[in-house]
Each structure stands twice: as C-alpha cells, then as structure tokens.
Design a protein around this ligand. Sequence first.
Ligand code: PBG
Length: 337
Amino acid sequence: MADSFSLDLTQRPRRLRRTASLRSMVEETVLRPADFIAPLFVVEGRNEPDEIASMPGVFRLNLQDLVRECRALHQVGVPAVALFPRLDPNLKDEIGTGALDEDSLVLRAVRAVKKAIPELTVITDVALDPYTTHGHDGVLNASGDDVENDRTVGILTQMAILQARAGVDLVAPSDMMDGRVGAIRRALDAAGHSNTGIMAYSAKFNSAYYGPFRDAVGSAQAAGTRLLNKATYQMNPANRREALTEALLDEAEGADILMVKPAGMYLDIIRDLREATRKPVAAYQISGEYAQIHAAARLGWLDLARCRHESLLAIKRAGADMILTYFAREMAQVLKA
Ligand code: PBG
C-alpha cells in the first residue's frame, strides 16, 4: 500500500531543490565580501599576540598589526573596519577624559589606517566606555547611580569632531543617549565636517551577549564586575515598537545608516527597520554571537563554517544591508575562494 501511494499534486516545491544548479538559480540571498564590516580592537605597543580568551581568533592589535590586518581585509574585499580601543587602566577616569585626548590611541589608529589604505572606510565608536573607570558609556550624575544624558552628549559631540578631524568616514554613536545623533550632526557640520557620516546604533539592546566585548576593551574589569548594567540607556530586549521609535528619531536627527544590535536574536527588529525606513540598515553580530558559535564548535557540537555562514545569511535575509561581524575576514576569504 505504502509503495503505491501517490499524491495528485500540481505544486511540488521540491522540483526546484533537485539539483545544485536549480538551487543556485532560485537562491534569494547571497553573501558577498562587501556586506561585511570588521570590528577591530586596538592596543598600545606590545608585540606578543594578544588573543581575546572568549573570542578565539580575535586579537587586540597594536598599530602595526592593525594596519597589516586592514590591508588583508581590503585585499579580500571587506570595505570597512570599525575600531575599538582598549586603554591602559591608568588612562581611565570617572569622566572619560581620555576620550578627548587629541593624540589618543584610537585617533592615532585612524590616521595610520587612513594613511596606509585611504580607500578603506574607517568607522569609530562614539561612547565613553573604553575611557571610564566605571565602564559606562557616559558620565554619571551627582548621586552616581545613572548616566547623565545631556552632559554626556556634550562630550560625545567633541569626541566625534576629533574623530572626523582624524579622518574617519563614519562616526558611530553606540551610547544610546537621547538626542546624540542630532547634536553630533550639528557639531560636525559647524566644525566643517559635513562629509563625515553617522552610523547610528539606533536600536541597541541591553544584551547579555556583550560579555566577550567587555573583556576585549576592559570595560567589565574597570567596573569591577561582570554585571555592568546599562538598562537605563540601552533598550529592553522585550521591546519591538520602541526600536522603531529610536530608529526613526535617529533618521530624523540626521543619521545616514541605522543599526540594530545584537543581530541574530533581533532579526524581527532588522526586518521592522528595513520596512520602516529607506536608509541603509546595518546589523551588528556581536561578540557573544561569535563566542557561542566558537564554543559549540570547540565542543564538537556545531559545525563552525556552516553556522558562521547560516548566521550571517539570516541577518542579511532579515534585511540588513551591511553586517558588522568578527567573521568578516574569514567569510570574505571563503566567499572569494
Ligand atoms: C559600548 C559598546 C558595546 C559594544 C560595542 N560598543 C558593548 C556595551 O554596551 O558594553 C559591543 C560589541 C560586541 O559585543 O561585539 N559602547
């Protein structure tokens, strides 16, 4: 009976999955090297390799190695890098003074990369967390229990001007203060940097998956706890409508690119933004997303190459025009091969 069973079907979607050739013809989403932005960590001096324990294959780079890595990225077709400094703890203070040092590590890094590979797009983070002893993205209020919005924005505007002057193509405020995109846009324009763009971390969620990044830049250690809580400025992971509010505010304030972060667990938000705006949408596959794929692969529980590809494909399919990912170089290499 089972042997002779047959359905009278007009539609058989499997027809188009029968051969590799047919499957490739109907493929809807295709990753390419130009989809990726590589986040890179910069440190002062030191020559021995400085791998981040929770991010296998990701190293804190001195300026020389940074330039070498940028060349390699450029060669495999990755168009952009996002730079994050890891500061010496004794350069940090309560108000993040180091962020306004005109010769700071990240500004020297920008100049070095722009000089070596002018065509590479360079993006810098606008937030105080690498510079503060408490690890928060801004300055604290008088009682020390919250980040003060407007005073922080004042500092961020100055930070953005220094970055623009150093030659970045895009500044990326990742702090989630209210009104910072508009304030930065006005400050950049007034300082003669109307060509410097803003990639706004628009919907940045208060995620537990930032842990490895905080190890990488040392903001968790600085705070003396792994429970650095940013809930009064980063978004509640439960909220979807609010992400649109944030993104549309950033667009109205002059953002050129809107970002969702994290990416993989927030595909619905990426899709919402894609449909709500005509601006390019970026998504940040964050440190914890990278770490969990590596951890499972190390245990032999998941296939690294396939999970890497599928995780990025899903983010693009959801509607991201560009993806910040620690897999940027290896993905671009694989895609080019
Ligand atoms: C903070 C910042 C964070 C990341 C980039 N910029 C994390 C945080 O809010 O502490 C996270 C990136 C990652 O996890 O890969 N300005």
